[in-house]
Ligand binder design. Structure first.
Ligand SMILES: Cc1ncc(COP(=O)(O)O)c(C=O)c1O
Ligand SMILES: N[C@@H](CCCC[NH3+])C(=O)O
Length: 435
């Protein structure tokens, strides 16, 4: 593994340092499993997007997709960096409000938003609802009529393109549960319904083609497809959108096989294609929105584990188990996601053996890394898995009644606990007795 491709350092003691703090000291202080974030990397990622738009002088909103990692502390950082926040549930909305995100800077997504989620969004007058389906238009209208309010909405378009990513994280293909289909007329139908609806202010179009995408061509294709529709609507109804939202999905480096492009390159290409279409159609450039999640927090996070039992099966495989697993990182089990791991307490030693890193859940599929080159592991070593800042904590579970791990932020050489480790008391806190 080439450490220089990752934003971490190995110090003179041969220990992995995160944000200038020795990971061995972090483990002594907070225990394991532990999610650790270098906040300066989160800020750098936010600024790459925000500054790229600023440099081009276009009106834009960079909306952090908080599903990647939502907590009060991370959303406070996001707020400080001036981003908006995309939420998908009452829980994510409540967290954003608790973090002090201005309601106008909150956007709500979801393919089956409940009445109470929509009511909460309307009560707080959030900035935008990304309407996903006809049922949602009905509920939204009922709520707004009752309250005699209006809401700004954009519609989620399924453009019918495949992205080069795992099937489970592809969202722009025709056979998708998300959004209004473009080819069978659903988008036109939604457009008519919303434009005739005095409670809904139709602001524009949204599309999100998928996640962990490393090139810009598919975003350009998505924009081209949206603009075909816009051209048609402009010709027929004189309509021009105020907003175009091209979603998130910008790829990050998990392993050496991932070759991410600089974040600002996505912005430059997207803005270019939108500006070209607008000058071709002789219309004003709409406000451009993007919704990055993984690319804001993914490479800022590392998970630290303690190694425990081992199982050697001669001529087959050596297993090393750690004190976490699919409960703190379900991505390998769910998407066959690949990660890089290293011994944080002996990071400068030669990798002279190959082991597979197992979690401790009662599932054979609870594996974190297969076939990892590593120095010979001793019990009590610290295993670091890199680039776990996105969809790790946010997808964590209490399977086998394991307690969720703690989260620590590091910035300016100071570490701070931002999410407490759960205890067994938390595990039973909602249980009621049946005796
Ligand atoms: C609508 C929408 N926007 C944004 C995102 C964020 O994606 P990513 O974390 O890959 O940037 C997602 C997740 O794929 C999404 O479904
Ligand atoms: N949770 C997924 C991405 C899904 C994003 C939401 N549409 C991942 O870990 O890669």
């Amino acid at each position: 593994m080439q450490m220089e491709n990752y934003p971490y350092r190995i110090n003179d003691l041969g220990h992995l340092e995160i944000g200038g703090i020795d990971s061995v000291d972090l483990v002594k202080k907070y225990g394991t499993p532990l999610y650790v974030y270098d906040v300066s990397i989160v800020r750098k990622n936010c600024r790459a997007f925000v500054e790229a738009f600023k440099k081009l002088g276009v009106k834009a909103q960079v909306t952090y997709a908080s599903k990647a990692f939502s907590s009060i502390a991370i959303l406070q950082v996001i707020k400080q960096e001036g981003l908006s926040v995309d939420v998908v549930s009452e829980g994510e909305l409540y967290t954003a409000l608790q973090a002090g995100i201005a309601p106008q800077k909150i956007h709500m997504h979801g393919n089956n938003k409940s009445r109470s989620e929509l009511e909460m969004a309307i009560e707080h007058e959030i900035g935008c609802i990304v309407v996903d389906n006809f049922y949602e238009i009905e509920i939204l209208t009922e709520i707004l009529r009752k309250k005699q309010k209006t809401a700004d909405v954009i519609i989620r378009v399924t453009p019918g393109i495949n992205s080069d990513t795992h099937q489970y994280i592809m969202t722009g293909n025709e056979d998708s549960k998300f959004g209004f289909d473009l080819h069978n007329g659903q988008v036109d139908q939604a457009f008519q319904l919303i434009r005739e609806n005095k409670y809904l202010n139709f602001k524009g179009l949204h599309c999100h083609i998928g996640s962990q995408i490393f090139e810009t061509d598919r975003f350009v294709t998505a924009a081209n497809i949206l603009f075909q529709k816009i051209e048609e609507w402009k010709g027929t109804y004189g309509y021009t959108p105020e907003v175009i939202n091209l979603g998130g999905g910008f790829g990050i480096r998990y392993t050496e096989n991932d070759q991410p492009i600089p974040l600002d390159e996505y912005v430059y290409r997207l803005v270019e294609v939108i500006q070209n279409h607008c000058s071709r159609l002789n219309m004003e450039v709409p406000e451009i929105w993007i919704e990055p999640g993984r690319s804001v927090v993914g490479d800022a996070g590392v998970t630290l584990y303690t190694t425990g039992s081992t199982k050697v099966i001669p001529n087959v495989r050596d297993y090393v188990a750690v004190d976490g697993g699919m409960t703190d990182n379900i991505r390998p089990a769910l998407y066959q996601a690949k990660y890089v791991g290293l011994l944080a307490n002996r990071a400068n030693q030669k990798a002279d053996t190959v082991v597979s890193i197992a979690g401790k859940c009662c599932e054979s599929g609870d594996m974190l890394i297969w076939d990892l080159p590593i120095p010979k592991v001793k019990k009590g070593d610290i295993l670091a898995i890199l680039s776990t800042g996105a969809y790790g904590y946010s997808m964590a579970s209490n399977y086998n009644r394991f307690a969720r791990a703690a989260v620590v932020f590091i910035e300016n050489g100071i570490d701070k606990l931002v999410i407490r480790r759960e205890t067994v008391k938390d595990i039973v806190k909602n249980d009621l007795s049946y005796e």
